[in-house]
Design a protein around this ligand. Sequence first.
Ligand code: BTN
Length: 239
Amino acid sequence: MNAARSRDATLGLPRVHLRRTDSTNDRARELAIAGAPHGTLVTAAGQSAGRGRQGRRWSASSGSALLMSLVLRSPPPLLPLIAALAVCDVAGADARIKWPNDVVRIHGEQLAKLAGILTEGRPQEGWAVVGIGLNVAVRIDELPGELHATAATLGREPAAIEPILAQLLDGFARRLLEPSAATLDAWRERDALLGRAVRWRDGAGRADGIDGAGRLVVALAGGGRATIDAGEIHLERVG
Ligand code: BTN
C-alpha cells in the first residue's frame, strides 16, 4: 500500500459535531481551505440551509438523519461513485444508485431516495468535501406530502445514527482503497437506471450502464449511444 493510499485507512478524525449549522458542507469547506487533514469530519444534528446538487435545498428534521461532510485530500476520480457505494453498504442489500450518486430504493417504477450526496472541491488544491445526508430515522409521513412518493428512510431510531456513521466511515475507507475496476463492478451491481428510459436536456434514450470513467452511457432512441458526464437525468415514466 503506498503512502497516499494508506492515509485513507482512517476517516472521521478530527471531528467537529454541531447541534445546528447552516450546512455541514460549508463548515467542511472552510476547514479544508484552512488546511484540515484528510479524513476531517463535520457532522450536525440539524441544518438550517442544507444544500443539494444543482442548487437544490436538502431538508431533514433535526436528529432524524445522518448529516455529514468529510474532507478528503488527493481525492480519486471516481469519488462520487465510491461515496454512493459506501452509503449503499450501510443502507442494505436493496439499496441502489441512481447515477451518479443518489442512493435509492426501487418501488415499482418509482425510485425513492434514501440518501443524497454532494461532492464539492478544488481539484487544483487537491481536496474534496463529500457531503452525505442519509435518512436514518426520518418518518416519511412527517415529510411534506409531495415527498411521500420520492423519499425513503431506513426507518431506524435516532440512536442508530452514530453506529451507522461509524460503519459508514469504516466502509468508505475500505472503498477508497479498492482498485477502480472493483469500484466500477460494485457500482454496476447497484445501478438503478439500467434499462430505464431517461431523458436529459439534449436527448433521450435507455440507460445502458456506466463507462470506465463513471459516465452514464445511454442507448439513444434513434440508434447510437451518448455518454453523459454530469448533469441531471430525469426518469421518464413508463406507460
Ligand atoms: C442531493 O441529493 O442533491 C445531495 C444532498 C446532500 C445533502 C447533504 S446533508 C449533509 C451535507 N451538507 C449539505 O449542505 N449537503 C450535504
